[in-house]
Design a protein around this ligand. Structure first.
Ligand SMILES: Cc1cc2nc3c(=O)[nH]c(=O)nc-3n(C[C@H](O)[C@H](O)[C@H](O)COP(=O)(O)OP(=O)(O)OC[C@H]3O[C@@H](n4cnc5c(N)ncnc54)[C@H](O)[C@@H]3O)c2cc1C
Length: 386
C-alpha cells in the first residue's frame, strides 16, 4: 500500500496549503475574535471548487473522492478549523446525503449550487435530548393526506452551517411512523431555508470554532412537499449511520491538520524564542515534546488516509474510520495542549494561532460521534457485544 499522494492530489494539497497561508491566515483571527462567519473566504473556497471535491462533474463537482476532500480539510485545518469545519459540514453533512440518497431530480436541483459554494447545506440529526443516541429522535413528520405534504414538528440543536445567509437547505431526521415491532421509523427530509415555521435561533456562544455557524433549529408545522423525502421512507437511521461513517474520516483529516498546525507553529516559535541565552528549541525537553507531536500527527495522517483509501476502493471501512477519528481527535487535543505549553504565556493569548487551535481542539472529541461512541463502534467491530 502506498500512502504517498498521486501528482494530482499533491497539486491539490499545495494549492490549498497556499490558499490557507495567503488568504485564510491573515484574516481569520479577526473573524474569530468577532464571532463572524467568513463569507469572503467561503466564497473563495467555492470558487476553487472545494465544496464540489468528491462529487461527479455532471452535478458541478470536481470528480474527486474522499481522499481529495481529506487532503483539503487537513491543509485548511493546519491554519484554521472554523473554515475547515464549514467545508466538512457543507460537503459531508450538507451535500453528501443528497448525492448518496437523493433522486435524480433532487440531485439536479441541489448539487450544482452546493458544489459551487453558492449555497451551504446542513444536516440536522442531534436534538436537545440526545445526540449519541440518535435513534431516540423526537422530531416527527407526518404526511398530510389532503395536501400530500410532510408536516414537521420538533427541535434540533448544534447544527453546523444551518443559519448563514447562504444556507440553502437542512436535511432533518424525523420519526415518520412505527415499524411492526413498535419501534420508531426514522426518515430524512429536505427542508429548504426560509420555509414557513422553520426557525433558526441566534448563533451559540461557543468555546471554539468561533468563525463557523452553529444553531438551534425549531420546526412548528413546517410543510414541505412529499417529494422532499430523501431516499426511502424509514431508511433515515441507516442513512445517517453511513453519513457519519464517512464523516468520521473527514473529521479525522481535519483533526490531523490541527495537530500538524500545532507542530508547524511550535517549530517556528521554538527557533525564535530565546530563554537563558539560547533558543528554547535548543532544550531537549522542548525538542522531545515537538518530536512527539510530529509522531502523533504523522500517525493520525496514516490512519485517516487508510480509512479513506478503503472507502474509495469500495471496501469495508467502518472500523478504520472510527479508529482514525478516535486517534486523531485525541492527539489533536494533546498537540494543542503541548503547543500552548511551548508558547508559554503567549500561547494563552488569542492573537497566537495555537490559542485558537487549543480552543478548537476539544470539540473534535465530541462532534460526529464522541470518543466513547468511537470506542463502542470499534468494540462492536471486534465482535464484543454488550
Ligand atoms: C460545534 C458543534 C457542531 C455540531 N454540528 C452538528 C451538526 O451539524 N449536525 C448534528 O446533527 N449534530 C451536530 N453536533 C452535535 C454532536 O454531534 C453531538 O453533540 C454529539 O454527537 C454528542 O451528543 P450529545 O451532545 O447529545 O451528548 P450525549 O449523547 O448526551 O453524551 C454525553 C456524554 O455521554 C457519553 N455517552 C453517551 N452514551 C454513552 C454510552 N452508551 N456509553 C458511554 N458513554 C456514553 C458521551 O460520549 C458523552 O461523553 C454538533 C455539536 C457541536 C458542539
Amino acid at each position: 500500500m502506498d500512502h504517498r499522494l498521486s501528482p494530482e492530489l499533491e497539486e491539490l494539497r499545495r494549492t490549498v496549503e497556499e490558499f490557507a497561508h495567503d488568504v485564510v491566515a491573515p484574516k481569520i483571527g479577526e473573524y474569530y475574535e468577532h464571532h463572524e462567519f467568513p463569507y469572503e473566504i467561503v466564497r473563495e473556497m467555492g470558487r476553487m471548487g472545494l465544496f464540489g471535491l468528491p462529487f461527479p462533474e455532471e452535478y458541478g463537482g470536481m470528480g474527486g473522492d474522499y481522499l481529495a476532500l481529506g487532503i483539503a480539510l487537513e491543509e485548511l485545518a493546519r491554519v484554521d478549523s472554523s473554515v475547515a469545519i464549514t467545508l466538512e459540514a457543507g460537503v459531508s453533512l450538507g451535500a453528501m446525503p443528497v448525492h448518496l440518497f437523493g433522486t435524480e431530480e433532487q440531485k439536479r436541483e441541489w448539487l450544482p449550487r452546493l458544489c459551487s459554494g453558492e449555497i451551504l447545506g446542513a444536516f440536522g440529526l442531534t436534538e436537545p435530548d440526545g445526540g449519541s443516541d440518535a435513534g431516540a429522535t423526537r422530531t416527527t413528520a407526518r404526511l398530510d393526506p389532503e395536501t400530500g405534504e410532510w408536516v414537521i414538528n420538533g427541535t434540533k440543536c448544534f447544527i453546523t452551517n444551518s443559519g448563514t445567509d447562504i444556507t440553502g437547505l437542512v436535511t432533518v431526521t424525523a420519526v415518520t411512523g412505527r415499524g411492526p415491532d413498535g419501534k420508531p421509523q426514522i426518515s430524512s427530509i429536505i427542508v429548504p431555508s426560509g420555509t414557513p415555521g422553520f426557525t433558526v435561533a441566534a448563533p451559540y456562544s461557543k468555546v471554539g470554532w468561533n468563525a463557523s455557524d452553529t444553531r438551534e433549529l425549531s420546526f412548528a408545522d413546517v410543510r414541505v412537499p412529499a417529494a422532499n423525502l430523501l431516499g426511502e421512507e424509514g431508511r433515515g437511521y441507516a442513512q445517517f449511520l453511513r453519513i457519519l461513517d464517512e464523516g468520521r474520516i473527514a473529521i479525522a483529516a481535519l483533526a490531523t491538520g490541527l495537530a500538524q498546525g500545532c507542530v508547524d507553529e511550535s517549530v517556528k516559535y521554538a527557533k525564535e524564542r530565546h530563554a537563558f541565552g539560547r533558543p528554547i528549541g535548543a532544550n531537549q525537553a522542548i525538542q522531545f515534546k515537538i518530536a512527539d507531536m510530529e509522531m502523533k500527527a504523522h500517525t493520525a495522517r496514516l490512519a485517516w488516509r487508510d480509512a479513506a483509501s478503503r472507502l474509495v476502493a469500495g471496501e469495508p471501512f467502518k472500523k478504520e474510520a472510527a479508529l482514525a477519528k478516535l486517534y486523531s481527535s485525541t492527539i489533536a487535543v494533546d498537540n494543542a495542549r503541548d503547543a500552548t505549553q511551548v508558547h508559554g504565556g503567549y500561547g494563552f493569548m488569542n492573537e497566537y494561532p495555537v490559542a485558537r487551535m487549543w480552543r478548537d481542539s476539544k470539540i473534535l472529541e465530541i462532534g460526529e460521534g464522541t470518543s466513547e461512541v468511537q470506542r463502542m463502534l470499534i468494540a462492536r467491530e471486534l465482535g464484543l457485544v454488550g
